[in-house]
Design a protein around this ligand. Sequence first.
Ligand code: GUN
Ligand code: ZN
Length: 650
Amino acid sequence: MMTFEIKHRDAMGRIGILNINGKKIETPTIMPVVHPNPKKQTVPMDLIKKLADVVITNSYITYKTPNLKEIAEKEGIHKLIGFDKVVVTDSGSFQLGVYGDIDIDPLEIIEFQEKIGVDVGTILDIPTPPDVDREKAEKDLEETINRAKRSMNLKEEKNFKLLLNGTIQGSTYLDLRQKSAREMAKLNFDIYPIGAVVPLMEQYRYKDVVEIIINSKMNLPTNKPVHLFGCGHPMFFALAVALGCDLFDSAAYALYAKDDRYLTERGTLHLSELKDLKTFPCSCPVCSRYTPKELASLDKKDREKLLAEHNLYITFEEISRIKHAIKEGSLWELVEERVRCHPKLLEGYRIVEKYLPYIEKFDPISKKTAFFYSGIESMFRPEVFRHKKRLKRIKYEKVYITNVSNTIQKPYHENLNVLETDVDILIKDPVFGFIPYYIDTVYPLSQNEVPELYEYEKEVNKKFQNEFIQWLKRKIGEDNILDILTYNYYINYFSKKRKIDPDSLRVRKMLQYQYGYDVLEDEDVKVVRSKNTGRLRQVLDKNGDLLFSIRSNDNILIPSEKGAKLLWERIPFPKYRVVVDREVENFAKEGRNVFAKFVIDCDEELRPYEEVLVVNEDDELLAYGTTLLNGIELMEFNYGLAVKVRGGIG
Ligand code: GUN
Ligand code: ZN
């Protein structure tokens, strides 16, 4: 039995709870590779147990070693290796990849993994190396898919308890990776590892690895964990997690230690490079206890064990750092830090731009922390891409275009010497393209930090800005677009012409941006500002009843029950809807949360953390709340929370 649910998220990364046979694992996590022969294990099992909730070992080696096989068959794999939490096994595919041939039948190894009580086994997939002839890649893939089918049939026929890894192959042919993911997805595996990336990682071909991850992810179900097979270097974890990888395995911690190599989250060092330092650049128990000189003077075996321990600590430390970044919404910032550790990593990260239309679908609409610009790549982040798309949601009538220095304090409208007017003011922004004056408090338009930019960085968005103006011209006519050269001219001109209350105009435009519909059109509202801060707080209707509160950190409008009813009237079905089964209709009306299992339809364009309406099949409004899942995931997940309900419609 396996369930997987999302608890927190950022970028395409997620903190998930993976429940395997009643044992819980929080993802993303790393599975230390342990040797099936406890005598060959470098790091003591006690330390592995302290750090890991899941390990991976090798069923093929166990099968091939008579005394290990005997114990495993009699007492089970958990007893053999001395670990009672989740045990995953690999199948011998890796040995197949290294030695070219192994002598075991693909079904025999599945039977064996079941027999020794493995929690998650692996099919005997064929790891095709990079850059092989296309024919070979196709033929290998066909065989892997064939074995996958036979393995799943066997499991079903014999009612096997073990869960199975269905590995994605296809060498460096991206269409084959896509096909592999599609075909494996049909077979309903429990976990999807992405295979044969080890040679690419060893050659620093991160660009290829990124392409392979994304092309696989795009064709895999969102509700299953993805394991990046053979990636054990912490330097790559942040980027891999941001692309949706949930599991890693590490033999690296022990292998590197054999050669006196010291892992850090920024790369690998040789012990000899460190020996002049007074202390290690780490404060794990090993590094606190020994100086580099002391460690270097130990005999080979002790040195190897201690280095392996350090390597393991540092690996888990990076996982914790990534989880923290997901919770606070700074995963892209962490990625941008890590990819600067090697130009090849940076090159890999730059591939993200090509896939923004897909990646953006998973990136939360709001984050706890501000958007930090760390270099030109930040211009191509999902938050920016989304904003440029959503700019077209706003209704423009007459537009004035102005230019300000990007170093002016944000929100712009509080710091520009400009009077509020009835017309739209589009402020040219070097990162976000344009920032409409009236929505400039909404995340991330004022929740961002950007240094003074170089001229070449300012050029990046020129093309977008020109295209957007062309779009505007077609929409509202050239006569309605003007450039503003001086604010004085502007103040005098507009202060006389103002017709509507600027705060009402502001919330109306904020809602256009948030939902893509003019929810407050012809609506007579009163906007309340905080007495302390002067910031927008609430939108009331003409009777003084609350329609929306304005969340202070991101200026997203949060509907009240009345506000939800208004949204429901003004936004056509199925937009911003999550449709639930009749079975839970009353629960929803009582204000109880909606679980993914009961979602039968939804607006497929929903993004994580949007404010949504919960309805039944006849579009009767039941409740309103925040969706944890996007439109794709809402349909695919059958487990865990879908909408955190704020209130039911009484
Ligand atoms: N370990 C590292 N890469 C692979 C792979 O492609 N398949 C399997 N089964 N194990 C691996
Ligand atoms: Zn250390």
